[in-house]
Design a protein around this ligand. Structure first.
Ligand code: NBP
Length: 481
């Protein structure tokens, strides 16, 4: 065979990724379960000079050895079916890359399975949607370092690029073994959920203060020139500016207010729960989508409950808009801190050697959460071994500066009845993790009362229990058990 890379799955992502490889001078083979799609892609893009195969065996034979194959099919059963069909056709040393949105535990399982056949498996998270796939996505590959040697350069070539101190840097770097890449992609999506929730809350507040959709669009466009400069803020201004052709209303007012989701945000929160990592702001974003898509709950509650109507009393509109900007920035930082903390804890638990600074670096372009802030985050993680992003000097000082505005916004929204689960959860996290003492002491007292769960003391070593049902004396729990 003469193809340097093969792509399986000719839906929107796979076909664009295949064109991206071809655009970078790689001879590219393509295959899809349904031949008509492969045929159409080859016909529509003669410039790519694809080697198109109707038969999977032919496709495999069209590849140079060791064979490099990227799977871009519907995640889950589609990926397993494709892998199972490939295994008997491949030879030891061949490399399979899964670029779909796989659950990282599936990636770990598949990596082990292919390793048993002496095949390399790289689970690569890919972000950037269809445009990214064609023009340069952010790529988060996981697998053995040896496997990465075979495909790393190709993936880096087709990835998005950012200008760094050493020239153009690819938004693709080796993340870690087995499921590490898909884990990082999953957390990327969790942060994306939070980012979007915060943007929605900011818009609700601007609306509550009397701004029209078009005025809010201007505000977001203005914010995009500063510290909040990011893809999502940029496209928010575009979506808010869109007028519905049919009704003449802002499009946002005719879109049904029920958010969809495909599962990666939920996975992020489930993993945070599994690992005991507080990622509440990300969780609130997932729950907010769930609430939006619960018509029965909303209908019953809307009929039964009263409260303020979401109108925010504002004396100085410009000052309020600036407050909202700062609340949005601070909340966004919290979501990044929670997501990156989750990656750090998971790395320890799953035995991945993840460079968090490098993760932030490859999120600077190509992916949905790309943002100017990530430059700073990458530099901060590179400068010191951070337990949490929040302790980084420039981040802590930024949060200190935005503190008064953040609190005013949360207070104002609460009084006005504007739901801000994201902003308020992020602010509570800030107050919780910086508190010298938390209410968990009382929790421990209660647990000891009803379940003899014992507690530790601040002033001496050991485990203690109070005899609540007796004379209420304290006993050393180790003696009684
Ligand atoms: P889809 O997720 O819509 O999947 C369609 C592709 O999967 C087609 O090629 C289809 O073949 C193939 N397929 C299915 Br369905 N079941 C199969 C099976 N049992 N065996 C073999 N092939 C099967 O495509 P997509 O939107 O291009 O996404 C591809 C991957 O990239 C997914 O994992 C997705 O989560 C991920 N992703 C998507 C985006 C995005 O913005 N869309 C972004 C990042 C990552 P057929 O033509 O024969 O039905």
């Amino acid at each position: 065979g003469s193809a340097q890379i093969g792509v399986i799955g000719m839906a929107v992502m796979g076909s664009n990724l295949a064109r991206n490889f071809a655009n970078h001078g790689y001879r590219t083979a393509i295959y899809n379960r349904t031949w008509a799609k492969t045929e159409a892609v080859a016909k529509d893009h003669p410039e790519a000079n694809f080697i198109a195969s109707e038969d999977l065996g032919e496709f495999v034979d069209s590849l140079e050895k060791p064979r490099r194959i990227v799977i871009m099919v519907k995640a889950g059963a589609g990926t397993d079916a494709t892998i199972d069909a490939l295994i008997p056709l491949l030879e030891p040393g061949d490399i399979v890359v899964d670029g779909g949105n796989a659950f990282f535990q599936d990636t770990r399982r598949r990596e082990e399975k292919l390793r048993a056949h002496d095949l390399h498996f790289v689970g690569a998270g890919i972000s950037g949607g269809e445009t990214g796939a064609l023009e340069g996505p952010s790529i988060m590959p996981g697998g053995s370092p040896h496997s990465y040697e075979y495909v790393g350069k190709m993936l880096e070539d087709i990835s998005a690029k950012v200008d760094g101190p050493n020239g153009e840097e690819p938004c693709c770097t080796y993340i870690g073994t087995d499921g590490a890449g898909h884990f990082v992609k999953m957390v990327h999506n969790g942060i994306e959920y939070a980012d979007m929730q915060f943007i929605g809350e900011a818009y609700d507040l601007l609306k509550g203060a009397g701004l029209s959709a078009a005025e809010a669009a201007d505000v977001f466009a203005q914010w995009n020139t500063g510290d909040l400069d990011s893809y999502l803020i940029e496209i928010t201004s575009e979506v808010l500016r869109q007028t519905d052709a049919e009704t003449g209303k802002p499009l946002v007012d005719v879109i049904v207010d029920a958010a969809g989701m495909k599962g990666t945000g939920t996975w992020t929160v489930q993993e945070a729960l599994n690992l005991g990592v507080p990622a509440a702001a990300i969780a609130e974003a997932v729950f907010a989508r769930a609430a939006s898509s619960s018509p029965e709950l909303r209908k019953a509650a809307e009929a039964a409950l009263t409260g303020p109507d979401g109108v925010v009393e504002v004396e100085d509109r410009a000052a309020f808009v600036e407050d909202v900007r700062q609340a949005l920035w601070a909340s966004k930082v919290i979501a990044y801190a929670q997501g990156l903390h989750l990656i750090k804890v998971a790395a320890k638990d799953y035995g991945w050697d993840i460079d968090v600074a490098a993760v932030a670096r490859i999120w600077r372009a190509g992916c949905i959460i790309r943002a100017k802030l990530l430059d700073r985050i990458a530099n901060e993680y590179a400068a010191g071994n951070l337990e949490t992003l929040l302790e980084a000097p420039s981040i802590a000082s930024g949060l200190a500066e935005s503190n008064p505005a953040w609190r005013r916004v949360v207070a104002k929204a609460t009084l006005a009845g504007v739901p801000i689960p994201g902003f308020s959860s992020a602010l509570s996290y800030y107050d919780l993790v910086r508190a010298p003492r938390t209410n968990a002491a009382l929790t421990q007292g209660l647990r000891d009362f009803f379940g003899s769960h014992t507690y530790r003391r601040v002033d001496k070593e050991g485990t203690f229990h109070t005899v609540w049902s007796g004379d209420r004396s304290e006993v050393n729990a180790e003696d009684t058990h």
